[in-house]
Design a protein around this ligand. Structure first.
Ligand SMILES: [Zn+2]
Ligand SMILES: [Zn+2]
Length: 246
């Protein structure tokens, strides 16, 4: 979509800010969504494993890094991060909002997602010393014209008075990870991220918009810990559930 189309779309969008982003209903709109659309948002799984996926054997309320239990997958391959905190599950109608925001840059969808993010913060448990946005490749940022993870990190930093460190850089674009085996995902990501700022002695939260397979979060966390971070948790607006092929 070219710049003038995006601009026209944004202007049209401004007139819609008083109605529900999804169904255009104008009654009891809060955070850009009407009451019934808000009621259909799927919360993040609970109880959940450290990877953020449902884990029936986990005790609810395991909010500290040490208490976060492991699912079968994580028992076989423990992640470097101590936990994933997600505001919602990536499901209808949140996927619609993300689609409008990321692919059409719809202003009202962006505002609704921002407000859902603000409402979710702070996640229960210990606050990190600093936030690190999950880096995207420059070509993707250029194509999109913005970086969703960086924007969420910036907002969280302002809301919680935490510094935001661009501590990681993506050196090459990586193919979609969904549907690949763990070994293939690890191979795809090897060497795709580099550390570019000192993080020694800091506890960090890696911020992403959507955690899909969790492979990037694993890779990025391992790199931050290898660079001297004392702990890495992952914060995201949404987590893809198993069986959802996005
Ligand atoms: Zn609605
Ligand atoms: Zn797990």
């Amino acid at each position: 979509m070219n710049a003038s189309k995006v601009y026209k779309r944004s202007i049209i969008d401004l007139f819609r800010l008083g109605s529900c982003v999804l169904c255009r209903h104008s009654a009891s709109v809060q955070s850009g969504l009407c009451h019934s659309c808000r009621a259909t948002l799927l919360p993040a799984p609970a109880p959940a494993c450290r990877c953020g996926l449902p884990c029936p054997s986990a005790a609810p309320g395991g909010e500290t890094a040490q208490a976060a239990p492991l699912c079968g997958n994580c028992l076989a391959r423990p992640p470097a991060f101590s936990r994933i905190c997600c505001a919602h599950s990536y499901a209808f109608p949140l996927d619609q909002l993300f689609n409008r925001y990321k692919h059409r840059r719809q202003l009202s969808a962006e505002r609704a997602l921002e407000q859902l993010w603000q409402a979710a913060l702070p996640f229960p448990g210990p606050l990190p010393d600093a936030l690190v946005p999950m880096p995207s490749h420059w070509r993707r940022r250029w194509w999109r014209g913005f970086d969703p993870a960086a924007r969420l990190a910036q907002q969280a930093g302002e809301q919680l008075a935490l510094p935001v460190l661009d501590a990681l850089r993506r050196t090459r674009a990586t193919p979609r990870q969904q549907g690949l085996t763990a070994a293939r995902r690890a191979r795809n990501l090897r060497g795709a991220l580099v550390a570019c700022q000192p993080v020694a002695g800091l506890s960090l939260a890696l911020v992403d918009d959507v955690v899909t397979t969790g492979s990037s979060a694993r890779e990025a966390s391992a790199l931050l810990l290898a660079s001297g971070a004392t702990d890495v948790q992952v914060w995201a607006l949404a987590r893809t559930l198993p069986g959802r092929n996005w």
